[in-house]
Design a protein around this ligand. Structure first.
Ligand SMILES: [Zn+2]
Length: 662
């Protein structure tokens, strides 16, 4: 008898998924400790090895475990939370607010364990994760017995596990230094995406990844909008931009790469970057079709990923592999592109290389870790089987098999699934724990959806403005009279500005909710050119005056935030029943009169055509007696123009809370 091994798998149809795509049927695989010792025909191996345990595969497929090249495993707990939304509304309106409220070490641990159960039962032995509290992901994954690249997220905003990007970078450094060298976990750092990171973050995370020689995991060129914004802001598409920040000095794993051109593909090849193609996520979020065939032709290591279970909504790699093949054929109109063997290679050997774990896993070859699965193809949906061509086996798996046909899973030489039973996890406990979270999250969202105000707060970045103002609005006939009146020597002009203002008011069926104003201010210089644009969001209280033709002109503001998203985003997020649009040209002065500072706005309404309005705001931050202020502002109006209707002063006095000065 020859060398002693721990396991000898016999009577298997072995798909090695190696460079030559060797198959052995009947084949055998010898395992010792955590590693593969030998792979070959059964007749060769049986006499050569003395096995402590011989495992009869009964004609099943024995192949390397699948590699899920990009996911966010704890998001299993957010599966089905919000669907059929655009990426920004889904991410910024739902995922991130819920994450800010609920994501904790406990959440991450449970979500990861649930994901590991799902992944291992569907034949996945290794995955690349990106989330918060990545330490908990690593712990739960190692406990479940799976292999993973665990990437700690770094963002420019506060996250559930860090108040600042410096904190998350410090977390990442500590996490990586402690987990580096673990037999199952490859720690890593994840600058989330160029649009959620600063240049400084991209540079710092790249340096960190280089220092520890670990992968840098990120999202690149996911949507056309991302590329469009990047081009507008930097004059270049996404790949050259991140190259300039030095990220390709590290070992990059880039998810998506949907909107990239041939030049960018060449850059990725030069950088030896790994790519995760995520067909379900790209389809569900309407992101587009990644040029997978072109990337493969160029020699890129393109793996396949499910992306997070909140945008998929499952982590079934069989579905992703099939979709990858179908999409490539459908888009090109050529059924010969991306054949089954290539699709399966992407989900195994190429995926491992994309994760920069090519020497560890991804194929059944001597020296690699024993990460393997058994698939029973003797199922009704997969009968009969043909053995004439090597391609027949790949076609069976890619075009007909289901993830539930996976019967046994081994990682690092240890069983994690036997006969479809999980070795290290309790399915019932996980499902119960997840249902407890979904109840709490449902309650949170029901509360939030009850008011425009709480939905605004949930977006984050808003600030309650505490200022008070007194405001008077009057319709006037002629702007020049006011402009001339301002030349009065008793009035000091402190600041003078010119804006073009575009306002969109969201009206809700319940009037007590107030109205939300999205305002875009274009600052205009002396030559009439736009010099800068800023957008703001203001929640206005219910109208207290209805004397004007258009009642949105008088109101009380309650809340203010910089509008960092598009008008379209807010429309889809707040779902107003009606929208009113107002465009006006505004001349604005800050003046001092009798030791009191006032803002004077002269508005010329273009849409709807309301003519001219004079608006005077007293910059009085605290006040006790509204009547006195009325006298004061009334006096100013009288001073400014003889043509004003003097009776209007008292009627149109309005206390404004929260309007931003300046
Ligand atoms: Zn993702």
């Amino acid at each position: 008898m020859g060398q002693t091994v721990d396991f000898l798998f016999i009577n298997a149809h072995v798909l090695t998924m190696d460079e030559q795509l060797q198959q052995f049927n009947p084949g055998a695989v010898a395992i010792k400790g955590d590693s593969i010792i030998s792979v070959g025909s059964q007749s060769d191996l049986v006499g050569k090895y003395h096995a402590k345990e011989t495992f009869d595969c009964r004609g099943k497929i024995l192949m390397p475990g699948l590699i899920n090249a990009h996911t966010h495993v704890p998001m299993t707990l957010l599966r089905g939370l919000a669907d059929d939304l655009r990426l920004d509304v889904w991410l910024l309106g739902y995922m991130m607010p819920v994450e800010r409220e609920f994501v904790s070490p406990d959440f991450v641990k449970l979500g990861t364990s649930l994901a590991c159960a799902e992944l291992s039962l569907s034949g996945v032995t290794c995955f690349a994760d990106m989330y918060y509290f990545e330490e908990e992901v690593a712990k739960a994954t190692a406990q479940a017995g799976l292999r993973a690249v665990c990437s700690q997220t770094v963002l420019k905003f506060p996250t559930p596990d860090a108040k600042s990007y410096e904190d998350s970078l410090a977390y990442a450094r500590d996490f990586i230094s402690r987990w580096k060298g673990h037999p199952l976990i490859e720690p890593s750092v994840a600058p989330h995406a160029p649009y959620t990171c600063t240049n400084e973050i991209l540079q710092a995370t790249s340096l960190l990844a280089q220092e520890f020689d670990v992968p840098l995991h990120t999202h690149l060129s996911e949507t056309a909008l991302e590329v469009e914004n990047m081009r507008r802001e930097t004059g270049m598409p996404v790949i050259p931009f991140v190259k300039k920040q030095g990220i390709f000095e590290a070992k990059v794993l880039a998810a998506h790469c949907v909107h990239i051109d041939p030049g960018e593909i060449r850059t990725l090849v030069h950088a030896n970057a790994g790519i995760s193609h995520n067909p379900s996520s790209n389809l569900k979020l309407g992101s587009g079709f990644a040029p997978v065939s072109k990337m493969l032709e160029a020699g890129l290591n393109v793996g396949i990923g499910t992306d997070g279970p909140a945008s998929n909504n499952d982590m079934d790699m069989f579905e992703e592999i099939r979709l990858s093949a179908f999409l490539a054929k459908g888009i090109s109109g050529d059924p010969t592109v991306l054949p089954a063997s290539t699709a399966l290679t992407m989900a195994t050997r190429l995926g491992a290389k994309a994760l920069h774990l090519g020497s560890v896993t991804g194929s059944l070859e001597p020296g690699k870790r024993a990460d393997l699965i058994l698939i029973n193809l003797d199922m009704i949906h997969n009968s009969p089987r043909f053995d004439r061509e090597p391609e027949n086996a790949y076609a069976s798996i890619v075009y007909a098999a289901k993830s539930t046909d996976v019967t046994d899973v081994m990682v690092n030489g240890k069983w994690i699934v036997q006969n479809r039973v999980l070795a290290n996890l309790n399915k019932d406990d996980l499902v119960y724990g997840a249902s407890q979270y979904s109840k709490k999250i449902d309650y949170f969202l029901i509360q939030r959806e009850q008011s425009v105000f709480s939905k605004l707060i949930a977006l984050g970045g808003s600030s309650e403005a505490e200022s008070f103002e007194i405001q008077i609005k009057v319709k006037i006939n002629n702007i020049s009279e006011i402009v001339n009146a301002l030349k009065n020597p008793q009035i000091d002009i402190l600041i003078s500005k010119h804006y073009h203002q575009h306002d969109a008011y969201f009206i809700f069926p319940d009037q007590t909710q107030g109205r939300l104003r999205y305002r875009e201010d274009e600052a205009i210089d002396n030559k009439g050119q736009i010099t800068s644009v800023r957008s703001r969001l203001t929640l206005l209280g219910p109208a207290r005056e209805n004397n004007f033709e258009n009642d949105v002109l008088l109101s009380r503001s309650r809340y203010l935030a910089p509008a960092t998203n598009s008008l379209r985003f807010y429309r889809e997020y707040f779902k107003p029943s009606t929208e009113i649009f107002i465009d006006k040209d505004r001349l604005r002065w800050l003046v001092r009169y009798k030791n009191t500072e006032f803002y004077i706005n002269l508005d010329s309404f273009e849409k709807p055509d309301l003519g001219y309005f004079l608006e005077i705001k007293s910059r009085t931050w605290s006040f006790t007696d509204a009547t006195n202020k009325a006298t004061l502002t009334g006096e100013l109006i009288l001073l400014l123009g003889g043509s004003l209707d003097k009776t209007i002063t008292q009627d149109y006095l309005e206390v404004v809370q929260g309007e931003e000065p300046g």
